[in-house]
Design a protein around this ligand. Sequence first.
Ligand SMILES: Cc1cc2nc3c(=O)[nH]c(=O)nc-3n(C[C@H](O)[C@H](O)[C@H](O)COP(=O)(O)OP(=O)(O)OC[C@H]3O[C@@H](n4cnc5c(N)ncnc54)[C@H](O)[C@@H]3O)c2cc1C
Length: 281
Amino acid sequence: MDFAYSPRTLELQAKLLKFMDDHVYPAEAKYEAEIAANTAAGKRWTPLNTIEELKPKARAIGLWNLFLPPTAGGEGSAHNGRDFGLSNSDYAPLAEIMGRVPWSSEVFNCSAPDTGNMETIERYGKPEHKEQWLVPLLNGKIRSAFAMTEPAVASSDATNIASRIERQGDHYVINGRKWWISGAGDPRCQIYIFMGKTDPEAPRHSQQSMILVPANTPGIKVLRPLSVFGYDDAPHGHMEITFDHVRVPASNILLGEGRGFEIAQGRLGPGRIHHLRPLMT
Ligand SMILES: Cc1cc2nc3c(=O)[nH]c(=O)nc-3n(C[C@H](O)[C@H](O)[C@H](O)COP(=O)(O)OP(=O)(O)OC[C@H]3O[C@@H](n4cnc5c(N)ncnc54)[C@H](O)[C@@H]3O)c2cc1C
């Protein structure tokens, strides 16, 4: 097999390495100082200017949405004024460079869990979902979260996920408790992809569905951030959230009832390549 990097990857690697040298590494101290100042001012969960100031610079030179194929408005798409996009093997060496600074992938709109969520909406969302959620996500204007893991069950086997998504007329009603929901601490987080059971009697791998849940829907409570080795990862956060009779339009279901595992395979495959940071999905 030929493991050589493609010419496109080599070009982007050089550009990305230079951007890291010129802008990201010099901003590491500023990032830490900004979080410390925000915390002291009681604003620990405020998005960081350090990152926001770098985004337009990265976007201006084409270092933006590198993870997406061109069909979805990725680096190579007409959306970005170019004529070809990146395969996963072209993208992985770039993710490796971004992974050197834990927060840098957001500068390039390539951060978890938004990348997986954008791909999910791109592949399985309806045109109106793309308009409402994918476009602002691609533009880095809003953030998103993926709500699967639950405190009450061993969630590493996702067939155990027990939250309910029940059809009532033109709506689904959602009940459950989730935790470790990354990115839900960010005040810009406007949309969750929620996993739960639509039919507990169906065959084991057809019980789960995924549905889009706007973060401001009544009945949602973000309770607290969990910590990883003592760090809460503010202002991103890995949150515990309750969903109490949360009603969303029936059209928010992705792909159809019982197809949650089909979507999960589509989402997690690339996700493993995109985020080389340990623990991040
Ligand atoms: C930093 C971080 C970010 C995360 N972000 C998200 C997110 O954005 N969204 C989200 O939904 N989740 C997220 N998660 C949760 C993550 O996906 C789960 O922690 C993971 O899937 C494991 O599930 P669990 O915590 O329920 O552990 P469990 O499934 O309870 O597993 C605990 C231990 O028991 C073992 N075990 C489980 N079942 C068995 C069995 N039957 N027999 C023997 N051993 C077993 C496991 O191997 C493991 O060692 C995040 C987690 C972390 C740490």
